[in-house]
Design a protein around this ligand. Structure first.
Ligand SMILES: [Zn+2]
Length: 392
């Protein structure tokens, strides 16, 4: 993409769509053009702090920029972007063009930063998946598309570059091949996997769809057996667990202050209710308060079967290969015999897989959770980002 600075001042350009659709290549090409342009010193390329270390390294090596020329935008606190801009302006003068890769990993807090840069006459390019693995808008991407579309309507310029790909799902013994708009998360099945997909012409078989209540951000390969591919709307279909989440949310809406254990009893026949509850808490759709975690393991060590199970949970849920989050949480509760949810959250609440680890420990009967209550989160319209955000 050639960026004509004067014609695009104050605009937001989105490079978006499904995975494997050439979005990253478009970003790389844009950077390549800018490096040979008069704007060589007046643009900044950002990747995202929630990207994996590998992802950041890949971006550096493919963009042709030196590692000190690729900036990391902090998804938790995007205001830091201004600091990085000021630092670069001290060396290179006024910065005019800002490219943000992995825009989908940002939160609503990124929207006012984008709007502010636009207001100041900058060119803002955001690349990222428009939809998450559930087929729902990913982070702020829906809002950013709305902003770019409304500018398209006013200016007549093409600002949304929507990328599609081909459906890779096995259908009637061959690759489906229809236009794909969905990024599809699959799990390697132990026995009854009925889905297959093609990767560069090679068929991979015996997968199942990831359930709706899976965590929103999961890097391929980080958890055993997770794969991503592209799908058309027919092959994507409905995700398992979606109706469980819908029923759970509507029940808690009607029954203010539902007890955790009552919900587990009521919905356990419908699917993995502990995981579904972890999802609603993680995504701030329900708020869990009070509650005491108690260890169910009698004093003495774990038997072989229990040890294996704990390792399995750790492999699936720990935030990185180097961390021991599952063991730390388990030992904390076991050594104290019981701990309030508030106390546990204070110590471990920032860990990315926190709710999932606890849900798994409860399912595996390492712990129980007593007296915890859930209520529907109230949302307010945030005047700055213009998005609905949870009222904390
Ligand atoms: Zn298809």
């Amino acid at each position: 993409m050639i960026i004509e600075l004067e014609a695009l001042r104050g605009e937001l350009i989105l490079i978006t769509g499904v995975m494997n659709s050439g979005k990253t290549q478009e970003v790389i090409n844009t950077i390549d053009c800018l490096m040979h342009s008069p704007h060589r010193r007046a643009f900044m390329a950002f990747t995202n702090s929630r990207n994996t270390r590998d992802g950041i390294k890949r971006f550096v090596s493919s963009s042709g920029l030196r590692s000190d020329e690729v900036f990391v935008a902090n998804a938790e606190n995007p205001i830091e972007i201004y600091e990085k801009i000021r630092e670069k302006e001290v060396v290179d003068g006024m910065q005019n063009i800002f490219i943000f890769d992995e825009g989908n990993l940002h939160t609503y807090k990124f929207v006012p930063v984008v709007k502010d840069l636009m207001k100041n006459g900058k060119v803002v390019v955001v690349a990222g998946l428009n939809l998450d693995f559930r087929g729902e808008f990913f982070g702020p991407m829906g809002k950013l598309e709305e902003i770019a579309r409304s500018r398209e309507a006013i200016t007549g310029k093409k600002l949304v570059d929507m990328h599609h790909s081909y459906c890779c799902i096995l259908r009637d013994e061959k690759q489906c091949g229809k236009k794909a708009s969905y990024t599809f998360r699959l799990i390697k099945a132990e026995n009854d996997g009925n889905l297959g997909y093609f990767h560069e012409g090679v068929l991979f078989n015996s997968y199942i769809k990831a359930p709706y209540h899976h965590p929103t951000i999961l890097v391929e390969g980080s958890v055993g057996g997770i794969k991503y591919t592209t799908a058309c709307s027919e092959c994507f279909g409905e995700l398992p667990g979606k109706s469980l989440v819908a029923d759970l949310l509507s029940y808690t809406m009607d029954h203010e202050n539902s007890k955790y254990n009552d919900l587990v009893d009521r919905f356990s026949k419908q699917g993995d209710i502990c995981d579904a509850l972890a999802y609603t808490i993680e995504e701030k759709r329900l708020d869990m308060f009070d509650g005491i975690y108690r260890s169910r393991i009698k004093s003495g060590g774990l038997n072989d079967k229990e040890s294996r199970k704990l390792v399995e949970i750790s492999k699936a849920r720990d935030s990185s290969r180097e961390s021991h989050d599952t063991f730390d949480i388990y030992h904390e509760i076991k050594s104290r015999r019981s701990i309030s949810r508030e106390g546990l959250k204070y110590k471990f609440g920032k860990i990315m897989g926190f709710e999932r680890i606890l849900a798994d420990l409860i399912k595996a009967r390492f712990l129980m959770l007593d007296d915890a209550m859930l209520k529907t989160t109230r949302y307010v319209k945030d005047p700055v980002s213009d998005m609905y955000i949870p009222l904390d």
